[in-house]
Design a protein around this ligand. Sequence first.
Ligand SMILES: NC(=O)C1=CN([C@@H]2O[C@H](COP(=O)(O)OP(=O)(O)OC[C@H]3O[C@@H](n4cnc5c(N)ncnc54)[C@H](O)[C@@H]3O)[C@@H](O)[C@H]2O)C=CC1
Ligand SMILES: O=P(O)(O)OC[C@H]1O[C@](O)(CO)[C@@H](O)[C@@H]1O
Length: 380
Amino acid sequence: MKKAVQFGAGNIGRGFIGALLSQSGYQVVFADVAEAIIDKINEDKTYTVHVMDVDCKDQKIENISGVNSTKPEAIDEIASADLVTTAVGLVILPRIAPTIAQAIEKRMENGVKEPMNMIACENAIRGTSQLKKAVYENLSDAGKAYADEYVGFADCAVDRIVPPVKSENFIDVVVEEYFEWDVEKSGLKGEFPQIKGMTLVDDLMAYIERKLFTLNTGHCITAYLGNLRGIPTIDKAIADEEIFGIVSAAMKESGDGLIKKYGFDPEKHAAYIKKIISRFKNPYLQDDVTRVGREPLRKLSPTDRLIKPMMTAAGYGLPVDHLVIGAGAALHYDNPNDKQSVELQEKIGAQGVRAAAAEITGLTDEGLLDAIVAEYEKLN
Ligand SMILES: NC(=O)C1=CN([C@@H]2O[C@H](COP(=O)(O)OP(=O)(O)OC[C@H]3O[C@@H](n4cnc5c(N)ncnc54)[C@H](O)[C@@H]3O)[C@@H](O)[C@H]2O)C=CC1
Ligand SMILES: O=P(O)(O)OC[C@H]1O[C@](O)(CO)[C@@H](O)[C@@H]1O
C-alpha cells in the first residue's frame, strides 16, 4: 500500500486532500502540531466527511493515523512515504521545511532509490516551489543532489470550500460537493500518482490564476463587504443584492483580464463564475466572513487575489471599478482576533490610508491608488 504524509490535519487536510488520498488507497499519516487532533485520529482511526450540498452524503475516511510533526517520528514517516502533501498555510511552509529536509537526508542515507513527490496544497501561486526553496535551504550538498534526482516538487491549484465545523466529533468535516485539484505534471518524479479527483496538467499557471482570481477574489470581496454590513456568513452576504452585484462585477472584471491573458473561452468562463457564485450560496457551509477574509495583508499583497487581477485587467486597459471597491472594503477589515487585521488598522492609523495602501499593495499606479482610497472613504 502506498503511503502519504499529509502535513496539516485541518479543514483542507482532512476534508479534501487527506480524504482523496485515503479514498485512492493510500495509507494517510496526518502530521500536525495540534495534539488533540492527532490523538483523536490515532484513537478513532476514522472520521467522516459530511458532503453537504444539493445532495448530501457521508464518506467514512479510513487507513489513517497521526503524528506530531515536530517529533522525530515524523521524520521516519516522511522518509518512508511515496507522497507528501501539505495544507498548513503558506507562512507555515518554511517551518516544516527542516523536517522534510531531514527526511530526505535519511532516505538518501538509507539508499532509497524510489522517487517521492511533494505537493503543497495552499492558496498561493506556486506554493510547492516556495516549499522546495525552503527545503533546499536545509539540505546538504549531497542531499540536494539526491533530491534533484529522486524528489519531485509539483505545484498545484486546490479548490474546495471547507469551513471549520462545530460537530459532535471534532475531527469530522463538512464540505461542499465540488472540488478541483490540478497538479503540474512536470514537477512530478517517477510514476504519476493515481489519485481519484487529481487532474494532471501542463499549463498550471492558467489553472492557479483562474481559481485564485475568480473564486478567491469573489469570495474575499463578499467577506469584506459582508463584514462591513455586519453580516456574519458568506451565504447571507451574497444574498444581499448590492453585494451580489459588486462581487459578480468584480469577478467579471478579473475574468476579462484572465480571458485576455490565457485565451479562456468567454462563455465557459462566465459559466465558471456562475457556478462559483452558486457555491457561495450553499447554506449548509455557514462559512464565516472572518474565515474567508482572514489575513488581509496577504490578501492585499501584490500577487494575491485583489491586486494581481486588478493589475492584469488594468494592464489590458479593461475596467476594474469593482475590484477597486473590493480593495477599498478589504482596507476596512477590522477584526481584533486577526493579527494581520490589527496590523492593517495600525498601519492605516499611523500612515494614513493612502500611504498604507501603497505599501501593502505595492501599487505604483497613482490613479488606481486614488480610486481605492476614494472607495475606502465612500465605504466609511
Ligand atoms: N479551507 C478551505 O476551504 C481551503 C483552504 N485552502 C488552503 O489550505 C491551507 C490550510 O487551510 P485550512 O485547512 O482551512 O486551515 P486549518 O487552520 O483548518 O488547518 C491548518 C492545519 O495546519 C496545522 N499546522 C500548523 N502548523 C503546523 C506545523 N508546523 N506542522 C504541521 N501542521 C501544522 C494546524 O494545526 C491546522 O490543523 C491554507 O493554505 C488555505 O489557504 C485552500 C483551499 C480551500
Ligand atoms: O485560505 P485563505 O487563502 O485565507 O482564503 C480563504 C479562501 O480559501 C478557501 O477556503 C478555498 O479556496 C475559500 O473558501 C476562501 O476564499
